[in-house]
Design a protein around this ligand. Structure first.
Ligand code: DX5
Ligand code: ZN
Length: 215
């Protein structure tokens, strides 16, 4: 399987969001990554339901909603209703992780758990068999355009081993600081899905940037 690309609309042009979604519809992108921030779990606020619903109404690719919020269990139904095909939330923000994973799965939406850079992949041991994907942060969440943390590569390798032995169908997604220069290393380490914000939307030719990331 070739690597999947999930451009993050956090770096899109919000004054012309419809145009950017149309661009993604006509691109080689596989998923549309949607970053939701609450100003508590991360030191930033992004956007909420009205914006996501508007995006969903025109998007022709599955929405991959990444919740950077405390107590994500409060809003699972609403994000599913807003149009999530893939829905992930942080290990660090969900006390009853197993229950919240089941809440997502009962809706038929694909469920992922996200790990911050400092959180070891070992914490996923008991939940991994239930997951459709894991999302490894390769920057500290909260902002687009940050630098890839190099130690993430070893972590992706460790995740790959765990995944292959416990749940081979579970996808490994990596998020933060991915660009043309490091994408090949991230894939070689074991990633199946690459999130890219700045590398796509700040590029002079986003369509081409997506193709290059995929290659
Ligand atoms: C960071 C977000 C990322 C971010 C990626 O908190 O989760 O999805 O938008 O942006 P880049 O690719 O620019 O690091
Ligand atoms: Zn993200």
């Amino acid at each position: 399987m070739s690597v999947l690309i999930a451009p993050s609309i956090l770096s899109a042009d919000f004054l012309n969001l419809g145009k950017d979604i149309e661009m993604l519809n006509n691109s080689d992108a596989d998923w549309i990554h949607v970053d939701v921030m609450d100003g508590m779990f991360v030191p930033n606020i992004s956007f909420g339901f009205p914006v996501i619903e508007a995006v969903a109404s025109v998007a022709k690719k599955p929405l991959d909603i990444h919740l950077m919020i405390e107590k994500p269990e409060r809003f699972i139904q609403q994000f599913v209703k807003a149009g999530a095909s893939y829905l992930s939330f942080h290990y660090e923000g969900a006390v009853h992780l197993h229950r919240t994973v089941q809440m997502v799965k009962e809706t038929g939406t694909k469920c992922g758990v996200v790990l911050n850079p400092h959180t070891s992949v070992g914490v996923l041991l008991d939940i991994l068999p239930d997951l459709d994907f894991v999302l490894l942060m390769s920057v500290n969440p909260g902002y687009g355009g940050q630098k890839f943390i190099p130690g993430s590569l070893r972590k992706i390798e460790a995740m790959r081993k765990l995944r292959d032995s416990l749940n081979p169908d579970c996808l490994i997604e990596v998020d933060g600081g991915i660009n043309e220069a490091n994408a090949a290393d991230v894939v070689a380490a074991g990633a199946d899905v690459l999130v890219a914000g700045n590398a796509v939307f700040k590029s002079a030719n986003p369509l081409d940037a997506i193709i290059k990331l995929k290659a």
